[in-house]
Design a protein around this ligand. Structure first.
Ligand code: RB5
Length: 143
């Protein structure tokens, strides 16, 4: 498995914690930055991860900003991206089971490192349930 990850300045520490966690699980990571907590604009980073997922260079994307909202909105502008804003592991699980989410977005200002790791683990280990959810997921995109 390979995962693309990025954040804005508010999520740099969470991003690094998740990179370390993913490496400990032998998962390859492409880090789109930023490298430090100097103020940046979250769209510049969200779009890089969304493009990486869309091109199938990676299996999933992970994004952090302060609330998760801004970076999630950017990712969801891309066709074929289903980015889920998750602050609890149950929501992450359902975003995979029901929505076949391909990007996990988390709010760095509102969750601990431990919570971020639990949410990430749940997201990457849960498979899409298919069945009645297939038609619904196919109706998300506006062509
Ligand atoms: C940055 O101050 C903040 O606006 C950003 O991290 C995010 O919460 C935006 O949605």
């Amino acid at each position: 498995m390979k995962i693309a990850i990025a954040s804005d300045h508010t999520g740099v520490k969470h991003k690094q914690e998740i990179i370390n966690f993913l490496h400990s699980e032998n998962i390859k990571v492409k880090d789109f930055g930023p490298e430090n907590e100097k103020r940046v604009d979250y769209p510049d980073f969200a779009h890089l991860v969304a493009e990486s997922v869309k091109s199938k260079e990676v299996d999933f994307g992970i994004l952090f900003c302060g609330t998760g909202n801004g970076i999630n909105m950017c990712a969801n502008k891309h066709q074929e991206i289903r980015s889920a804003l998750c602050w609890k592991k149950d929501i992450a699980q359902l975003s995979r089971l029901h929505n076949n989410a391909n990007i996990l977005t988390m709010p760095a200002r509102f969750i601990s490192f431990k919570e971020a790791k639990e949410i990430t683990k749940e997201f990457i280990e849960t498979k899409f349930e298919g069945g009645r959810h297939i038609n619904r997921v196919n109706k998300i995109a506006i062509l």
